[in-house]
Design a protein around this ligand. Structure first.
Ligand SMILES: Nc1ccn([C@@H]2O[C@H](COP(=O)(O)OP(=O)(O)OP(=O)(O)O)[C@@H](O)[C@H]2O)c(=O)n1
Ligand SMILES: C[C@](O)(CO)[C@H](O)COP(=O)(O)O
Length: 384
C-alpha cells in the first residue's frame, strides 16, 4: 500500500480565464502554472506518488510542464472537475493508497505546511479540508440593492488539497454521479463522511480569471529578488581558421578565433554573466579547458548549462545584454540571428535579449585586429 498519493486535476479548459491556452499551461515566473503545482508535491517527502489528470489534447503541454519530475503516468479527465476526480481516483485502484489528496492544478502556491496539516488530519477523520475564514462582510443582493447581511461567523473559503481516506472517497464519488458538486468535500458530505477543517493559506489561491494570473505574477515577483552580474572574455585570431562563432552563429571571416572550444567569445562572456548572477563560479570552473570533452565543443551547451542552473534554483532570466568589441567581422548583419539564437538557448523571449557591437576606433588589441573581446550583463530573478 503506497503512502499518501496526490491527484492533481488539470483537465479543465479555463472558460472563465479565456483564450486558447488552458490557464494551467500559462507562464508564471518562468515555469508553467502546472509545473509549480506538480513540483510542490513531487518534492514533498510525505508524498508517495503524484498523478495528474489531464485533457487528451494537452499531452504535449503536460510533458513540458512535467519534464524531469518523478510522477505517475497521467490519465485523462472528463467533462467536469467532478468527472476528472472520479476518473483519477479510479486509476489509483491498483496502488490502493491509504490516503489521497485531491488538488487543483490551477493552485500553484500550495505550501508544505498546508499539505502536512491535511495529511495529519486524516489520522483523525476520513476527510480534511484546508480553508480560510471569510474576512469580508457578506451581503445578499437583489435587483442591484443590498437585501440582507449574512452572518459570516462559521463561513470559510474552501481550498485544495482536500484529503480523504482512499476507499471512502472512491465510494462517495461513485454514489454522486449525476449530481453537480464543485468540490470533493461536498461529495464527502453527501456520503456522511466527517471532514475536518484545517488551516489553509491566504496565498493558496486558485487561478480562475486572467486577472488572477496577473496577481499571481506579482505575488511571485514580490517573493524574490533580481540579481545582476557581468562577464568578459577575449580570444585571439587564428588565421588558420576561416569562420568566427559569435552568439552561436558561424560567421565567415578571414580568420577564426583560437580556443579550446569553438571560441565563441560572446557566449563565453554571457555564460559568465549568468553564472555570476547566481554566484555559481565561472565558465572555467564548470568546463575546464584541461578537460578533453570540451575540445572544439559548441559553446551553446555552456550557456544552456548556466541557464539550467538558474532554473534549478527556481529562478528565471530577466534579460541579457551582450556587446561584441571588434573591427571585423561586421556584426550588424548577424545581430538578429545572434539574438534569436541566444533567446533559443536560454529559453526566453527575444525581447529579453540584446546584442550590440562596437569598435575601439583602431585602438588597442581589438583595434589592431589581434582578437575579439566581448562583455555581457545578465539579470536573473531568484526566489528568496
Ligand atoms: N473537466 C475538468 C474541469 C476542471 N478540472 C480542473 O479542476 C481545477 C479547478 O477547476 P476550475 O478552476 O473550474 O478550472 P476550469 O474548469 O479549467 O475553469 P472554468 O470553470 O473557468 O472553465 C482546475 O485545475 C481544472 O483544470 C479538471 O480537471 N477537469
Ligand atoms: C475545488 C475548489 O477549488 C475549492 O475551492 C473549487 O470548488 C473549484 O470550483 P470551480 O467552480 O470549479 O472554480
Amino acid at each position: 500500500m503506497a503512502k499518501t498519493v496526490v491527484l492533481v486535476v488539470a483537465a479543465g479548459r479555463g472558460r472563465r480565464f479565456g483564450g486558447d491556452l488552458p490557464k494551467q499551461y500559462h507562464d508564471l515566473a518562468g515555469r508553467m502554472v502546472l509545473r509549480h503545482t506538480l513540483a510542490a508535491f513531487a518534492t514533498n517527502p510525505e508524498i508517495g506518488a503524484v498523478r495528474a489528470v489531464i485533457h487528451p489534447d494537452d499531452r504535449q503541454l503536460y510533458d513540458m510542464a512535467a519534464a524531469g519530475l518523478n510522477l505517475l503516468e497521467p490519465v485523462h479527465g472528463g467533462e467536469t472537475r467532478q468527472d476528472s476526480v472520479r476518473l483519477g481516483l479510479d486509476s489509483l485502484k491498483d496502488l490502493a493508497p491509504a490516503k489521497v489528496l485531491i488538488h487543483d492544478g490551477a493552485r500553484p502556491f500550495i505550501d508544505h505546511g498546508t499539505i502536512g496539516r491535511v495529511i495529519r488530519a486524516l489520522d483523525r477523520h476520513p476527510g480534511a479540508l484546508p480553508a480560510v475564514p471569510v474576512a469580508d462582510t457578506l451581503k445578499k443582493g437583489k435587483d442591484g440593492f443590498v437585501a440582507d447581511t449574512v452572518d459570516r461567523s462559521n463561513l470559510f473559503r474552501a481550498q485544495t488539497p482536500q484529503g480523504f481516506r482512499y476507499a471512502d472517497i472512491v465510494a462517495a464519488h461513485h454514489a454522486v454521479i449525476g449530481l453537480e458538486l464543485t468540490d470533493d468535500a461536498a461529495v464527502a458530505e453527501k456520503a456522511g463522511l466527517a471532514v475536518e477543517l484545517v488551516a489553509g493559506a491566504e496565498d493558496n489561491v486558485k487561478l480562475t480569471t486572467a486577472a488572477d494570473l496577473e496577481r499571481a505574477r506579482h505575488l511571485f515577483e514580490g517573493a524574490g529578488e533580481v540579481r545582476s552580474a557581468s562577464g568578459y572574455d577575449v580570444h585571439r585570431f587564428d588565421p588558420a581558421k576561416k569562420t568566427v562563432w559569435l552568439c552561436g552563429i558561424e560567421i565567415p571571416h578571414e580568420s577564426g578565433l583560437e580556443g579550446h572550444s569553438d571560441a565563441d567569445v560572446a557566449l563565453h562572456a554571457l555564460t559568465d554573466a549568468v553564472l555570476g548572477a547566481i554566484s555559481a563560479g565561472d565558465i572555467g570552473h564548470h568546463f575546464p579547458p584541461t578537460d578533453a570533452r570540451w575540445k572544439g565543443a559548441a559553446s551553446d551547451q555552456f550557456l544552456a548549462h548556466a541557464g539550467s542552473l538558474v532554473a534549478a534554483k527556481g529562478g528565471r532570466i530577466v534579460n541579457v545584454d551582450v556587446t561584441v568589441i571588434c573591427e571585423r567581422p561586421k556584426v550588424g548583419p548577424h545581430r538578429a540571428a545572434m539574438a534569436a539564437r541566444v533567446a533559443d538557448i536560454l529559453g526566453i523571449s527575444q525581447d529579453r535579449v540584446s546584442v550590440k557591437a562596437t569598435t575601439t576606433e583602431g585602438l588597442g588589441f581589438t583595434g589592431r585586429q589581434e582578437g575579439i573581446a566581448a562583455q555581457a550583463m545578465a539579470s536573473v530573478w531568484l526566489p528568496r
